[in-house]
Design a protein around this ligand. Structure first.
Ligand code: B12
Ligand code: SF4
Length: 350
């Protein structure tokens, strides 16, 4: 096809047919973001996520990752699947487990990769790139920076990408291409003087606007971190047993958030609004059955028990919760045991 504008329109049309919610195209120059990434790494804000420091400049230079890349096609898929404003209520219900919105349904990597594969197969006949060129949190790519430049939203002070019309509850995916497609206009920042996310973050993880110290972020502490949760972080975790949404829940732009229409992201009923005690009773086999094909697998079973022990330590004592904690003292790892002992100690005090 000679006309690149025409091809861009076709790609947009295909992406909507495949269930993407938005699409935009950028060039590959994000120098300023590369500096921010390097400072972030120097500050050790990535904690034990060593994969963040492993790939040199590949994260910010697509042509180092896939030779010949000229453009990044960024795509978004909405994932919010709770009732509107229900998340605000759920984080306050200390007897029930709060699981981050993005993890309530099927693992997004799987669903979105399938969509990407179909889109790429249609684009591929116009391109010379060979091998893997589509990603969704699956390669060293500064996804939010490219999506911002493609006009899909701005990076908010909490560091998530926000769209003026759709809020921030969406995933980002991208296709690298050697086609010199027309690029879109980067999104403008609309945070203004607001700092709601910085004030509300339970662990003060947003250490300055646009800078997140992951080591303090509940998402990192409950998912990426495989070790003990620092004691001073346990209370503010509350009932959040996998990930955290607070900075997005309280962001005013999420008044405009769109509900997901992707059936794969509908919540697993056994994960939504479940009593902490019910989930803490799950055996490893039950956990494996319930988390098949889910992002929850990332924390592992011992991470699951560790997080639930912390949440139980943050609830008011009942006879059954205390007995339950005691009953699991001897069938877990030393790391989990220490969290259960902490929780029992907290319950004794309440
Ligand atoms: C590592 C990681 C995490 C880490 C660290 C998060 C972080 N902020 O870096 C942890 C585990 C904490 C995490 C948590 C979450 N994550 Co995450 N994560 C990633 C991952 C793999 C890399 C992010 C990254 O590159 N970080 C490096 C730092 C340097 O980037 P940054 O913080 O965004 O900083 C940018 C700007 O803020 C700015 N900047 C930095 N410093 C400064 C300083 C100044 C002065 C200025 C002006 C600017 C500036 O430049 C930076 C580069 O663009 C991406 C996937 C990907 N490959 O991109 C998903 C990704 C960012 N995560 C995602 C999601 C959904 C989440 C959670 C919402 C999940 C949850 N509910 O628990 C939370 C949100 C927490 C938050 N507020 O960020 C989505 C975000 C979608 C969106 N709409 O933005 C992504 C894009 C995955 C995807 N494909 O959809 N995540
Ligand atoms: S809460 Fe306010 S400062 Fe934070 S991302 Fe949303 S608009 Fe920006």
């Amino acid at each position: 096809m000679d006309n690149l504008n025409q091809l861009k329109s076709l790609i947009t049309q295909w992406s909507i047919e495949l269930g993407f919610d938005d699409i935009g195209i950028s060039d590959i120059n994000i120098q300023e973001d590369e500096h921010h990434l390097n400072d972030w790494l120097k500050n050790k804000y990535h904690g034990s996520m060593f994969y963040m420091e492993k790939h040199g400049n590949k994260r910010s230079r697509p042509d180092l990752l896939v030779n010949g890349t000229l453009r990044v096609i960024s795509l978004k898929v909405h994932y919010y699947s709770r009732e509107k404003y229900q998340a605000t209520k759920d984080i306050k219900n200390s007897k029930e487990a709060y699981i981050a919105n993005y993890a309530l349904g099927r693992d997004y990597h799987k669903t979105i990769k399938n969509k990407l594969r179909s889109l790429v197969s249609r684009i591929q006949k116009y391109s010379k790139i060979e091998g893997q060129n589509f990603f969704v949190d699956s390669a060293p790519v500064l996804e939010r920076a490219f999506a911002r430049d493609a006009g899909l939203g701005w990076i908010g002070k909490h560091t998530n990408l926000i769209n003026k019309d759709h809020g921030s509850w969406f995933f980002i995916a991208e296709i690298f291409t050697d086609l010199p497609l027309p690029i879109d206009i980067p999104s403008k920042n609309h945070c203004g003087t607001c700092d709601e996310c910085i004030k509300i973050c339970p662990t003060q993880a947003i250490v300055a606007p646009y800078q997140l110290d992951a080591r303090r972020c509940i998402s990192y502490l409950t998912i990426e971190n495989k070790d003990a949760i620092p004691v001073n972080m346990r209370k503010p975790i509350g009932n959040r047993i996998f990930g955290c949404d607070d900075c997005q829940i309280f962001c005013p732009w999420n008044k405009f958030a769109k509900q997901s229409i992707e059936k794969d992201f509908l919540p697993n009923k056994n994960l939504l609004n479940q009593p902490l005690e019910t989930l803490f009773k799950w055996s490893k086999t039950e956990w494996e059955n319930q988390t098949k094909g889910s992002a929850l697998r990332r924390a592992g079973y011992s991470g699951w028990l560790r997080n639930l022990a912390v949440a139980l330590g943050n609830t008011a004592t009942t006879k059954s919760s205390k007995n339950l904690l005691i009953s699991r003292l001897n069938d877990t790892s030393e790391m989990v045991k220490e969290h259960i002992e902490w929780a029992i100690g907290e319950q004794n005090q309440s």
